[in-house]
Design a protein around this ligand. Structure first.
Ligand SMILES: [Zn+2]
Length: 158
């Protein structure tokens, strides 16, 4: 769909930077999210434009799920969060995408979903800076995750 944010990304994968595009799977692609206070935060976007998981064929749905879980495993191995949050919302962009938010000890709102804070960050420059800053550059983070996915034997799209 030409007016869909993620379909546009999919159509321009080759022009994305190594910082933004972490991995290109057969059924999904992985973007490094901007909220790197949650170090390793990734978005795993389905290549098929659908609003709901049940719209995917069983084979593609399972493959997409396995790809997402492999990214989760890489985030765990590289960054060792206390817990990963898996969110498949699509209220703003109705094209299947998993948000993988690692949660850490230093998180001031460990018991809350991240979105309340990120909503504040969108309106407050200081909070925005805090939520987008990590001890690594985005490229370093992407490289670490990519190297781990290589070691885990992640499949690449041809
Ligand atoms: Zn789309």
């Amino acid at each position: 769909m030409s007016n869909c944010f993620f379909c546009q990304k999919l159509n321009s994968l080759s022009s994305l930077t190594k910082e933004e595009l972490v991995w290109n799977f057969p059924n999904s692609f992985v973007l490094l999210g901007k909220w790197q206070f949650y170090q390793g935060y990734c978005i795993v976007v389905a290549k098929q434009h659908e609003r709901e998981l049940n719209a995917l064929s069983s084979d593609i749905r399972h493959a997409y799920f396995d790809e997402m879980c492999l990214v989760a495993k890489a985030i765990e191995q590289v960054f060792q969060p206390l817990k990963l949050n898996y969110e498949l919302l699509g209220n703003q962009v109705p094209h299947l995408h998993w948000h993988l938010f690692p949660r850490y000890q230093l998180d001031p709102e460990t018991l809350m979903p991240v979105w309340l804070r990120l909503d504040r960050a969108d309106k407050n420059p200081e909070e925005h800076l805090h939520c987008t800053t990590s001890t690594l550059t985005p490229l370093q983070t992407s490289d670490l995750l990519r190297n781990c996915l290589e070691k885990l034997g992640a499949k690449k799209d041809a």
